[in-house]
Design a binder for this molecule. Sequence first.
Ligand code: 6PG
Length: 490
Amino acid sequence: MSTMVQNEKAKADIGVVGLAVMGQNLVLNMNDKGFKVAVYNRTTSKVDEFLEGPAKDTNIIGCHDLKKFVESLQIPRRVMLMVKAGPVVDAFIEQLVPYLDKGDIIIDGGNSLFNDSDRRTHELHKKGILFVGSGVSGGEEGARFGPSLMPGGNHAAWSAIKPIFQSIAAQVDGEACCDWVGNDGAGHYVKMVHNGIEYGDMQLICEAYQMMREGLGMSGDEIQQVFAEWNEGVLDSYLIEITRDILTVKEPDGSLLIDHILDTAGQKGTGKWTGMNALELGIPLTLIGEAVFARCLSALKDERVTASNVLPAFAGEFSGDKAEMVNAIRDALYASKIISYAQGYMLMREAAKTYGWELNYGGIALMWRGGCIIRSRFLGNIRDAFERNPQLENMLLDSFFIDAITEALPGWRKAVVCAINLGVPTPTFSSALAFYDGYRSERLPANLLQAQRDYFGAHTYERLDKPRGEYFHTNWTGRGGNVSASTYDA
Ligand code: 6PG
C-alpha cells in the first residue's frame, strides 16, 4: 500500500462543525458505528471539553483550526454543519470553500429554510462543491442513537454520504429511516413539513388533554392512564408516549409538574414556514395552520387573563358517560391526525409539482417511521398505503384510511360537539372535521361566493351546465355594465 493511500486511511471519514448538543451526539453516534470523525467548533475550548468529556477514549479527532480540520478529512471531503440555521451556515460555507476541492461535500444538518438550501445547492454547484441540506430529527436522543435523516440537494453527493447516513439513522424492521429525498431544497422541505406535522400532533394531544382535564374534570393520574392505554393502540407514537410520561412527573408537594408550567407556547418558526408555504401553494393545510395559531393565542397570556374575567362562556357542564367520551376523544384525535397527515402529503405533492421534485411518498413515511419526533405506528400504515398505490392521489382515498375514518367518525363528531358545548377550545379537532366535511362534499357554497364576486367586481363565474373554462358575467343589479374583469387565480 502506498504511503498516500495509508495516509488517506488514517484520515477522518467525515468532519462535523458545531458541537452543541445535536452536533456532539451525532458525532458520538458516527463514532459508535465505526466512522472516524473530525470535529471543529468556533469556540475552540468546546472541542477540548468534548474530547476530555463525552468523546474521551474515542477515535474522534479534535481541531482548533478550520484549515487543519479540512486537511484531516479523506477525499472526497465530507463536512457536516451542525450550526444555527440562517446566516451562520452561509458564514461557515464561505470560510470552508477556499480549503475544499471540486467534488467535496458540504452537508447542512440544521433546521434551514428550504429556499436557502435551494440557493446553496446552486451556488456551490457552480464552484464544483456538492451541497446537501439534510433534515435531522429526533432531538438529542435521536441524534445520539438513531435520528431520522432527510437528505436532499446535489444528488451526486448521495453515494458518498449514504453509508454513513444510513448506518447512523434509526432502523425500523431492518430499514434505515433515511433515504435520498430529492434535489435542491427537497430534504429541508420534507423536514419542514415534518415539523409542521409535529406542531399538529402536539396540538391534537393538548386538545385531548384539555378536554379530559377541563371538560370532563379528570385527574392527572386518570389522564396519564388514558394516554398509557392509547399508546398501546392505533395512536402508539413517541409524542403520546412522552405525554404519558410527562404526566407522571410530580413536584415535591405531590402535585403534577405540568400544572405549574406557564401556558404559553414557544416556537422557532418551522410550523409557521409550513403554513406560509401552504398559503403560497394554495393547499388547505388547515390543521397545521390552526396548530401554529393555537401557539400564538397561547402566547397572549395577559390578554387572555383579562378576557377570562369579562367574556362569558355560556357553556354547560359534562353530564354524560365519561368512559364513552374518552373513547370519543380518542377517535377525534385519531381521525384528526389522519386529516393532518393527508393535508401534509397534499402539500408535499403540490410542492413536488411546483419545485420539480420527484418525491417518494412511501419512502418519506418510512423515514418518519422511526427516529424522529412524529414517529409512530401510524406512519407504517401510510407507507403501506403508498406501497399499495404509489400514484395515490390522496391518503384519505386509501382503503385503510377510509375504514379508519368511517370507524372514528361518530366519536369524532360527538367529541367536537361536546367540546363546543363545554366551551373547551379544540381548534384542530374541529377544523379537521370541517376540512373532512368539505373534502367529501360534492357541492360547496362556492357558487354563492362566485356570484358575490361577480356581483361586486364583475369577476365572472363558470356554470355547471357549460364546459370548464367558459366564463359568464351577470348584470346583477341592472345598473352595472356588461364588462367583466379579467379572470385569474392567485
Ligand atoms: C425534531 C424537531 C426539532 C425542532 C424542535 C423545536 O425534528 O427533532 O422538530 O427540529 O426544532 O422540536 O421546534 P419548536 O421550537 O418550533 O417547537
